[in-house]
Design a protein around this ligand. Structure first.
Ligand SMILES: [Cu+2]
Length: 252
């Protein structure tokens, strides 16, 4: 029914959904009165991974047993039309390319005092993200929900056609993502993009971006010098990087 960022356009009928760390799905299943059903984690399709067993590629196990009550009330029908949304690829005016490899994004590990990308408020961008390794990564972008335009040139499968903030990156494949930066323009507050495999992000596979609002900056007065140091805010800009909660977006 729904992906990371909300309802799909229309329900998708599947027996399996693959989720890499950080991805979410909302599902509806039908149960008969008294029926037991096991939600199972089955072998993932990791793509052309060199040694799948090293990444859980051979693993399957029981996850959650659901036991229906002896008497059930019928639930409402599911609407065939759930949500409308669309990014217009022709509206995209900026394309950025990212290669994730080892523990680096575009050859660099996370640095708290470095802003890697600066985007402009109100702009629609395409991010082309490629997994340069023969092992799994994924990518998670804070601040926005993106849509997948293509995976190695092919349309995404229907269950990946919704609004997302995290997507699995199959080895050696390129994912074209489209997103609009419509709010949270704070020049001194960064958002992150990173691999959501915990080991990888912990070891530095992360970058930072800020959203700038040219209209606000043009109208803003010069910051007053600090009383004690005489420094202005601008001189500190690159060093002021604050983690902020993403209320209501469910991302981390
Ligand atoms: Cu990774």
């Amino acid at each position: 029914m729904a992906t990371d960022g909300g309802l799909l356009r229309t329900p998708v009928d599947r027996r399996n959904i693959q989720l890499s760390p950080g991805e979410r799905a909302e599902i509806v299943l039908s149960l008969a009165p008294g029926e037991d059903t096991m939600l199972r984690s089955s072998k993932p399709d990791l793509g052309a991974v060199a040694s799948p067993f090293a990444f859980g590629g051979e693993d399957s196990f029981d996850l959650l047993k659901l036991q229906a009550a002896p008497v059930l009330e019928a639930s409402a029908d599911i609407s065939p039309r759930l949500a409308t949304f669309a990014h217009d690829e022709r509206a995209a005016s900026v394309t950025r390319s990212f290669t994730v490899e080892g523990r680096e994004i575009n050859g660099r590990k996370m640095a708290m005092d470095r802003i890697d990308e600066t985007v402009t408020l109100g702009v629609t961008e395409i991010w082309e993200v490629r997994n340069g390794n023969p092992f799994p990564h994924n990518v998670h972008v804070h601040d926005v929900q993106f849509q997948i335009l293509s995976i190695d040139g092919a349309e995404p499968p229907d269950h990946l056609s919704g609004r997302k903030d995290t997507v699995y990156l199959s080895p050696r494949k390129t994912y074209r993502l489209i997103m609009s930066f419509e709010d949270y323009a704070y020049p001194d507050v960064a958002s992150m993009y990173h691999c959501h495999l915990l080991l990888h992000e912990d070891e530095g596979m992360m970058g930072q971006f800020t959203v700038t609002d040219p209209a606000a900056e043009a109208g803003a007065p010069e910051p007053a010098p600090d009383q004690e140091t005489g420094h202005t805010g601008h001189q500190h800009r690159a060093a002021i990087v604050t983690w902020r909660p993403e209320s209501g977006r469910g991302a981390s």
